[in-house]
Design a protein around this ligand. Structure first.
Ligand code: PLP
Length: 453
């Protein structure tokens, strides 16, 4: 009985403080930080060490699609663990790995059928970018490797993925391979100059891409990497038509279009993938992770089009794509992903997301209407963000950089967790959230906003 050996709560708190450096920890105070210890979870709810219940507003870390505590997931994981926990992807495959590759290929758009498994999102992005380098080297174009990325984009914490992550977050204390990347300015419609129409904003953002190509030269640019919605950057939905137009420009210049669907994939917007179903684009490469296993185990993938694979195979001489991870396509993670997809299909979770999305967004609009302190609400599917007023056009904006944390604290006292992010609070609840639970979540948010108003 594992539970009988669980250490005392005070010891756990102390060990976490003394020995566990969390992601994005403030180094001066990390040993004083108090992280909530989540003890149990069921459906969309979490319970902390004191037995208090919370709605999991962020859905873990944008990843808990089917909710917590699924016996079917536990069974799939246990069965594969007992049957065969690991085999090297260099020399062998496993049943679940092969089956999942096939299932993903059937759900990605167009001819994106080549699935290279990774351990998570950062390694999926690294793989995509390294593939672009390999591709252009192999085609005899060693200078065509600059990556166009976007301010406010987030692509991960490995060296290459962090290099293409919007530089404002990392430039302070890390070295980056800055000659590899060129950033396009913020696409956030909320930041457009006062009075500018959305259509004009879209034109301006497309022009940013065209300008970069004109300045750098298409023969130097290997890829454009973009999240369909910039999630960690504050759930930024680019203006309508932006994706389609930028995709066509990339195509015209033989610049690989990499869609980072680590958050938007696996149902978040009511589709397996947002690129084609929501935005009408069939990328050259899609990266995915997070919702693939609904957070039950780590996994990621970089999916490449057959067209690219054919081109990279064409030149004479053999070449090895030296990329892969010990745990690429881990059999147990793949078994979890298969069970996750089966549950999502059996319960029509994509349809459910599409059905509850209007309710979710009408409650967000009500927040914008009711509260003066709110400057903007935005989102798509089950992705939402509340940003405070005054906005960036106002010099007092800096005073409100604690808004997200203050709103999160006010909601936490009432049983809802949010993800605070400067002047914003973002949320992406488990996709199984019911209509009644959406009401519960927004009622708490409104109560929290009343407290702050
Ligand atoms: N890409 C996007 C769009 C993400 O949001 C994230 C993580 O939040 C990543 C990549 C990195 O994924 P991981 O943390 O699994 O390495």
């Amino acid at each position: 009985n594992l539970l009988a050996n669980t250490p005392a709560a005070d010891d756990l708190t102390r060990w976490d403080r003394e020995n566990h450096l969390h992601p994005w920890a403030e180094v001066k105070s990390w040993r004083k930080a108090d992280y909530m210890r989540v003890d149990t979870a069921e459906g969309i709810y979490l319970w902390d060490g004191a037995g208090r219940r919370f709605i999991d507003g962020p859905g873990g870390m944008w990843c808990v699609q089917i909710g917590y505590g699924r016996a079917e997931m536990a069974r799939a994981i246990a069965e594969q663990t007992m049957k065969m926990a690991y085999t090297s992807p260099w020399t062998a495959t496993s049943g679940p790995t092969a089956q999942l590759a096939h299932m993903i290929a059937a759900r990605t758009p167009g001819d994106l059928n080549t699935v290279h498994f990774t351990t998570g999102g950062s390694t999926a992005v690294d793989t995509a970018l390294r593939f672009m380098q390999f591709f252009n080297n192999r085609l005899g174009r060693p200078d065509k490797k600059v990556i166009l990325a976007r301010e406010k984009g987030y692509h991960g914490s490995t060296y290459l993925a962090s290099t293409v992550t919007g530089k404002e977050r990392f430039e302070a204390k890390f070295d980056k391979a800055s000659d590899l990347v060129h950033f396009l300015p913020d696409v956030n419609p909320y930041r457009r100059p006062p009075g500018m129409s959305m259509a004009a904003w879209c034109d301006a953002k497309v022009a940013d891409l065209q300008d970069a190509i004109a300045t750098l030269g298409a023969d130097r640019i290997g890829a454009f990497i973009a999240e369909p919605i910039l999630c960690s950057g504050g759930v930024i939905v680019p203006p309508e038509g932006y994706h389609r137009r930028t995709f066509e420009i990339c195509r015209a210049h033989d610049i690989l279009y990499i869609s980072d669907e680590v958050v938007t994939g696996f149902g978040r917007l009511g589709h397996w993938f947002a690129s084609d179903d929501a935005f009408g684009v069939t990328p050259d490469i899609i990266t995915m992770a997070k919702g693939m296993t609904s957070g039950y185990l780590p996994l990621g993938a970089c999916v490449i089009s057959d067209t690219l694979m054919a081109r990279v195979s064409a030149p004479d001489g053999q070449d090895v794509f030296y990329n892969g991870y010990t745990y690429s396509g881990h059999p147990v993670s793949c078994a979890a992903a298969i069970a996750n997809i089966e549950i999502m299909e059996r319960e029509d979770i994509l349809g459910h997301v599409r059905r509850v999305t209007p309710q979710f967004h009408s409650r967000m609009r009500r927040i914008a209407d009711r509260f003066d302190i709110v400057g903007d609400v935005r989102g798509m599917g089950l992705l939402g963000c509340i940003e405070c007023r005054p906005d960036l056009h106002d010099p007092t904006y800096a005073k409100d950089l604690q808004f997200g944390a203050r709103l999160d604290a006010a909601c936490e006292r009432r049983g809802l967790l949010l993800r605070p992010f400067g002047a914003m609070a973002v949320f992406s609840p488990p996709l199984i959230i019911s209509e009644a639970q959406i009401e519960e979540m927004f009622d708490i948010m409104e109560a929290g906003l009343e407290e702050l108003s």
